[in-house]
Design a protein around this ligand. Sequence first.
Ligand code: PLP
Length: 384
Amino acid sequence: MDPLTASAEIDLDAFAANVDTLRAHVHPAAMMIVVKAEGYGHGLLPIAAAARERGIEWLGAATPAEALALREGGDTGRVLTWLYGPDTDLTPLVAADIDVSAQSEEQIARLVAAAGTVERVARVHLKVDTGLSRNGATVDDWPRVCAAAVEAEETGAVEVVGVWSHFAASDEPGHPSVAAQLQVFRAACEVAEEIGVRPRVRHLANSAAALLLPEAHFDLVRVGIAAYGVEPAPGLATLAGIQLQPVMRLRAQLANVKQIAAGTGVSYGHTWVADRATTVGLVPLGYADGVPRHASDLASVGLDGRRVPVRGRICMDQFVVELGPESTAKVGDEVVLFGSGSGGEPTAQDWAAVCDTIGYEIVTRIGARVPRVYVARVDVEGVG
Ligand SMILES: Cc1ncc(COP(=O)(O)O)c(C=O)c1O
């Protein structure tokens, strides 16, 4: 798509400011920036470069492919990856000096084999399930996993760099699982220590815990959504006493403007019928670009400092907004689907609210067809 027609502007200065603010907030813990899912939709390599430029030592990638893409893009710093299948070849990860999560004796054995193949030490973070019930060794299996890791370390095949886990509900202050998971994590760290595990970093906190739970910071926090200027849940940054700046601004030019008579149906299914003569505008972005169809007839967009409502169904490539009977808007005028809100436009959180979802989903789903346009006052190497 032509970037003048529609684009997601990525404000790397806002990203850098969020990184600085969050890092000061979690000090003395270190901070990993989570760049999975194309940097939460903001672009993997530019975001990684901007994070490194701010002095971030750790990047987090869910999948091995994402971690290897960082290396292919020239990133040489610490990268952790944690989600892979039984047939994933771990050898390229060890060869590329990428830290890999392991939760079982079987996974440790695969890392030992990979280390042998490439004659390199495999860097491992042992994951314990403290209550999310996704990945991670159960508390019952944990001592065996730690023992296997220590044994592998003694052969020189692996280095246990980290012990880690992940929260289920840190974005709901006071949720009983938070205290319970903290307790299980502390106990698991003690068990690991007794067995001989000496991790350089223990890490548990995501954005919400980084914001609100200093007791969960340990040595390293893993921050994703907050670095992109979206709160994990509405109000959490304010509660932590910090201000975040939304990094993504999704905008487009009106591709068409027309007057319609009262009684005219708009878009597929005619779910909206004009009750007056009015003017409508066509926005050239749709659900194939990640604009949620659930926002049909519910969301609004910013136009010249005011908000105009989405009318009718959001289609694959486009949707219609009502500009109003007196509108002087014309083809080419800019509408802002979401941004910082400072120009009167909605935020990603506003779209999330009308779709009954979370801001994470709004920004990460903006599709590959939408050009990312990087805006930065400071020159970030590798970003143009
Ligand atoms: C294991 C892990 N750590 C950290 C994060 C970052 O979470 P958030 O975006 O809430 O900071 C994620 C993302 O969901 C994750 O999967």
